[in-house]
Design a protein around this ligand. Structure first.
Ligand code: C5P
Length: 232
């Protein structure tokens, strides 16, 4: 898969999601289904969006004992999504088990990427709550390295970290980056943002864009603008 824009469908119901996607006549954007929508609608929303022809990043961020993650990933793999994810903090053993669970009998599988440290975690909370005393940048790169060693395909990271992740883990290791805003747009609650053009420049492979598209007066135009800036 090449560079693409993934729309974060952060809606609380399938009805709202389908209504939103109905705006895109003739186009089938790559979409991200997160916990809110998945817990509201279950696997049926994944099947419906697949049926409509969308590629799907199922953002459920698994983190449990290796055996549980392995079996859960086998279930998600059957849903035929394109990208799944988990927390690298679950350890290399958990990531390897996840890959085993995800791999189908014919050897195919969805891409698997890891969350390193959530962007909502900062140095202070990491030291205080998690007792991790190393600099957060080092921790993020260490987790990315672990994901690569375990055989995963990439990480979710800030666009500001994408260049460094490629340096550490190689150019083909995917960087999927949220925190994207238009130069003339609202930042909202995101702290460290980049424009789609800057994300392209720094080497992000996929950008995950929510409100700049979902809350736009013209979502299709906003999506096209993202595509033009990021993919060109
Ligand atoms: O609306 P916005 O563009 O901020 O949406 C970004 C999406 O990416 C949301 O679904 C959010 O949960 C997700 N995300 C993020 N930062 C991370 C990981 C995921 O913003 N570190």
């Amino acid at each position: 898969m090449g560079k693409d824009v993934i729309i974060a469908c952060d809606f609380s119901s399938g009805e709202d999601t389908l209504k939103f996607l109905d705006n895109f006549t003739g186009k089938k954007p790559f979409v991200k289904i997160g916990m809110e929508l998945f817990y509201a609608e279950g696997p049926s929303i994944v099947r419906e969006l697949k049926k409509r022809g969308h590629k799907i990043f199922l953002d459920l961020k698994l983190h449990d004992i290796p055996n549980t993650v392995k079996k859960s990933m086998a279930v998600l793999s059957n849903l035929d999504v394109d990208i799944c994810n988990l927390h690298a903090a679950g350890t290399t053993a958990m990531m390897k088990a996840a890959l085993e669970g995800l791999t189908r009998a014919d050897g195919t599988r969805p891409l698997l990427i890891a969350v390193t440290q959530l962007t909502s975690t900062d140095q202070e909370s990491m030291e205080r709550d998690l007792l991790i005393k190393e600099p957060i940048d080092k921790v993020v790169m260490h987790y990315a390295h672990n994901a690569k060693e375990a055989g995963l395909d990439g990480v979710v990271c800030s666009p500001l970290e994408a260049g460094k992740v490629h340096e550490v883990c190689g150019d083909t290791f995917l960087t999927v980056t949220p925190g994207v805003r238009f130069a003339d747009g609202d930042i909202g609650d995101q702290k460290r943002v980049m424009t789609p053009a800057q994300a392209k420049e720094i080497g992000s492979d996929y950008i995950v864009v929510g409100r700049p598209i979902t809350a736009a007066a013209d979502p299709v135009a906003a999506y096209e603008r993202c595509l033009n800036e990021f993919v060109g």
